[in-house]
Design a protein around this ligand. Structure first.
Ligand code: URA
Length: 298
């Protein structure tokens, strides 16, 4: 196998793992076979059909990350709360928090080439909040979360729940597009998490749905695979001891009151592996959420 093919396989293995499923498709011309080889034979391996593989986005060679422009600052929780104190309307609080984010620009420590900050949108008093990983290209260009292909699927999921984009709140762990859509590092997530915590404090949702591993791991402070996390509610801030950079349990020290989190697969993963089994799993996660919110399950 050429070095190039090996690099693509390694990148693919990492990406699929972060989307929540540990499997490694081996295609003709790469390793000579068509059978999926699980990176975790005892686990949640899901085969990728030829049709899905055709639809899978082209792999992009990872670029060397640009040099950080500044140190990652650890923003103080009280300073963030103070920035919106005095406001009573959650929409006005979110606007102040956004202005604070823009002034602090925590992304400047790790991202250089983005177009727009994608802070979040929806009902500032929503009962349901969706948290993704980071803006992609469409989001970067529009300044709105989840408006690309994954966003269109998310919207279908929201409508299937009997809700609309306008009645939920949608945001991401990172507020700027990482170079090459790279998975957020723990340092990046840590730099942005305090603003996410304040978004949660202000919106005060009854249920949070984390989409994919980066968002689920950030909130729940765990590195457990998605197959072990999805399908049941977790308490947030929870019992996670912190993962790497999260060792101090930022979530527990946030002073947020307990609420429930449902981790589920990221819609971008679903698009790449649009099997009945995966769709059934996500729909069953969302139905649990609907039950929790008192929405009719149809
Ligand atoms: N994927 C994400 O995680 N967030 C977006 O906003 C779009 C795609």
């Amino acid at each position: 196998m050429s070095d190039h093919a090996r690099r693509i396989l390694a990148l693919h293995a990492r990406t699929t793992k972060y989307f929540g499923v540990d499997f490694l498709p081996i295609g003709e011309g790469v390793a000579g076979g068509d059978a999926p080889v699980s990176a975790d034979p005892g686990g949640d391996a899901i085969p990728m059909s030829a049709a899905v593989r055709e639809k899978a986005p082209a792999m992009v060679e990872p670029k060397v990350a640009p040099a950080p422009k500044k140190e990652v600052a650890r923003v103080d929780r009280d300073e963030l709360i103070a920035c919106y104190q005095g406001e009573t309307d959650p929409g006005a609080k979110l606007a102040k928090l956004r202005a604070k984010y823009e002034a602090d620009a925590p992304h400047e420590a790790f991202v250089t080439g983005f177009t727009n900050i994608v802070f979040g949108e929806g009902d500032p008093g929503a009962d349901l909040m969706f948290i993704g990983e980071a803006p992609g290209e469409s989001e970067d260009l529009s300044g709105r979360p989840f408006v690309g292909r994954a966003g269109q699927l998310l919207e279908k999921m929201i409508i299937a729940m009997g809700l609309s984009r306008e009645t939920v709140y949608i945001t991401n762990v990172l507020k700027t597009r990482p170079p090459n859509n790279a998975t957020p590092t723990q340092d990046e997530a840590m730099a942005c998490a305090p603003y996410l915590i304040e978004q949660i404090r202000i919106v005060d949702p009854k249920v949070i749905v984390t989409l994919g591993a980066p968002a689920s791991h950030t909130l729940l402070e765990t590195s457990a695979p998605m197959r072990d996390l999805r399908g049941r509610f977790h308490t947030f801030p929870g019992e996670g001891e912190g993962v790497g950079g999260f060792g101090v349990s930022l979530m527990r020290s946030s002073g947020l009151s307990a609420r429930v989190v449902m981790p589920t697969y990221h819609p971008a993963y679903l698009l790449r592996s649009y099997t009945e089994e995966n769709r059934r799993k996500v729909w069953s996660d969302l139905q649990l959420v609907m039950g929790r919110l008192g929405l009719s399950r149809g």
